[in-house]
Design a protein around this ligand. Structure first.
Ligand SMILES: [Zn+2]
Length: 172
């Protein structure tokens, strides 16, 4: 067998293996790891005062997809009023935070999602939250990720006018 043929056959076998792994993960309701690091970072607010456990439980009942870190929450990171940072998914794991019907999986596969507790249409984020958020965003930027607010992708109020204001002032 010549070399070209052998390479093609190996590539095909790798693809079959990857598909089999995906099926296995889906059956176990685990999320699918991407083979690349995300190029975007999308920012959200919780649109309410639910804490991490409440949102996690809600997403568990709604979707039931468990991350490799053992959480169900659709965001990769979550920041409480007190500024505590929760890591719920690895950066290269598919999230469940931004769906654009024109390309339904694109953002969840290519962006890390960060959510802050609170409804920033009605209240301002706390300074504890903003301190933590800034650290997270600066790290994303260092990795060359493009920062986007949820409303820049689809029509939504998210991440709320007060966080939007802060973000525009500090990052644009
Ligand atoms: Zn959002």
């Amino acid at each position: 067998m010549d070399k070209q043929k052998l390479i093609k056959q190996l590539q095909l076998q790798i693809q079959i293996l990857l598909i089999q792994i995906k099926i296995l993960l889906l059956k176990k309701k685990l999320t699918i790891p991407n083979l690349h690091q995300p190029r975007y970072s999308v920012l959200h607010h919780g649109a309410g005062d639910w804490d991490f456990d409440q949102v996690n439980r809600h997403h568990k009942n709604k979707w039931g997809y468990k991350s490799s870190l053992g959480y169900y929450i659709g965001y990769h990171r979550w920041i409480s009023y007190g500024g505590r940072l929760y890591i719920a998914r690895r950066d290269n794991e598919e999230g469940a935070h931004t769906v654009d019907i024109r390309r339904p999986h694109f953002w969840n596969r290519n962006a890390v999602g960060t959510c802050l507790q609170g409804n920033f249409e009605k209240e301002k984020p706390t300074t504890f939250q903003l301190d933590t958020f800034k650290r997270v965003l600066d790290e994303d930027r260092k990795k060359g990720r493009i920062l986007k607010m949820h409303y820049e992708i689809i029509p939504t109020l998210c991440p709320g006018k007060y966080l939007k204001e802060w973000f525009l002032k500090n990052y644009r």
